[in-house]
Design a protein around this ligand. Sequence first.
Ligand SMILES: [Zn+2]
Length: 522
Amino acid sequence: MLDILIANGLIIDGTGNPGYYGAVGVQDDKVSIIRGSLEDVEARRVIDATDHVVCPGFIDMHSHAGLVILSEPEHHPKVRQGITTELIGVDGNSYAPFRSHDDFLAFVEINSGLDGNPPLPGQWSTVEQYLNMFDRKTAVNIAYILGNSPVRINAMGWEDKPATSADLANMKAIIREAMEEGAFGLSTGLEYPPGNYADTDELVELSRYVADLGGFYHTHVRYKDGDRFLDPFNEALDIGRRSGIPVHITHFFQSVPIRGGGRRMLQLVEDAAAEGQDVTFDSYPYILGSTRITIVFPDWTHDGGPAKVKEVMRSDEGRARLRREVTPRAPSWGDMWLTYFKQPQNHQYEGLSVAEVATMRNQHPVDALCDLLLEEDLQTCYVAAGSNGNTLPAFVTHPLSMVGSDAVLVGDFPSPRTYGCFPVILAEYVREEQQMSLPNAIRKMTSFPAQRLGILDRGILRDGMKADITVFHPKNVHAPANRANPKQFPIGIEYVIVNGTVVIDGGEHTGALPGRALKHRR
Ligand SMILES: [Zn+2]
């Protein structure tokens, strides 16, 4: 007797192969494919998938749910997109290990405009304890990658200084423990202190060690490096070549307005792959990006941690220097919209641009930001256009790309990618614009990321695989989230099954929390 029988659907198995009509059985947490007559098949529950696609659950290669999901474990914005596994710990910012709880709290604070600062259900210090917070307590599976920021904080503190050989030895010991407890590799976010204080040689040394342990390198590159165009990606590829580590470039798209620039970026990666380098990337299909607003403050303000950032903002001298040095991370302050305010008097600024807020407060934009950040304990987030919409499809549809939502789960006005990233690809890239085939789009959301992570029992619908399954209506699937009204759930994602348990049932959340903490195995 099967637990669930999903009958009459078009099965697209995640490999990139075309679909076929058949039935998918679920027993406990495993899949079986049923061919031929269903007459003798007994099941406790039958889901009629007529006119629907049945495929593996989607895997998000760039998740910012490492804290938020612990306080909102049903994880509606993501699981309703058909996502069943997320990679957390990206951008060099992972929330374990932390030997000192004060360091943990400071790290949460400095990143709160990106990863939130929600009430947490408990305390942890090791990766193992952290992963236990998720296991069977969240709607989706979690895969964890170790950020180099906590590695550096644990070994060297918050300062901008080069690593000594003793520091490197300490960092390797931290990496070994994290990898043994299930981390899938090392992430960097080379605009986020203190991880960005690491130079290339340090990252090569650590990556060689991670590669020996079977992990990969997931990088938000050093965008301000060298020519600010190809050099940041050259550094990532160089780290791969010198250390032997597989390289994954996250949120890869054209942000620099150079004609032909998108093609040249892709060529760089294609050339590396043609030379035999193991390199992949992820992209998200929206122009609007988002992160913590503190990213606009120069590195020196962070040298020493969040207490230092606040000290600089409070001092007249610091303010004067910030007014001279801080520039918008967009064409102008009018192109950066603020969100995620906790102080009631600041809610009026939700969704307004920095320029608008500065005018309302009759302040210089940098002073407005500093005052707000001090009131908000640094938690403010912003949204702005980040990529060239003309070249974005070449990235999203590229054979080496998978999907990383980069969904920021805080504030009233997040980027629409938070609610629409995966379905918009199915609806617009595949159905409306025919930029790629449906089996290929599904491959990028399922087996390809599973292969990159080294998860061998998910990402393909085949006998014996784990029952992470998404059932959607290919003609109706639609992502209504937009800039003005970003918190809209997708339409047409009808069933989402995680480890054999139905989480989305007829488009509604069942409240089930069957997600597991997946662990890297060599
Ligand atoms: Zn990033």
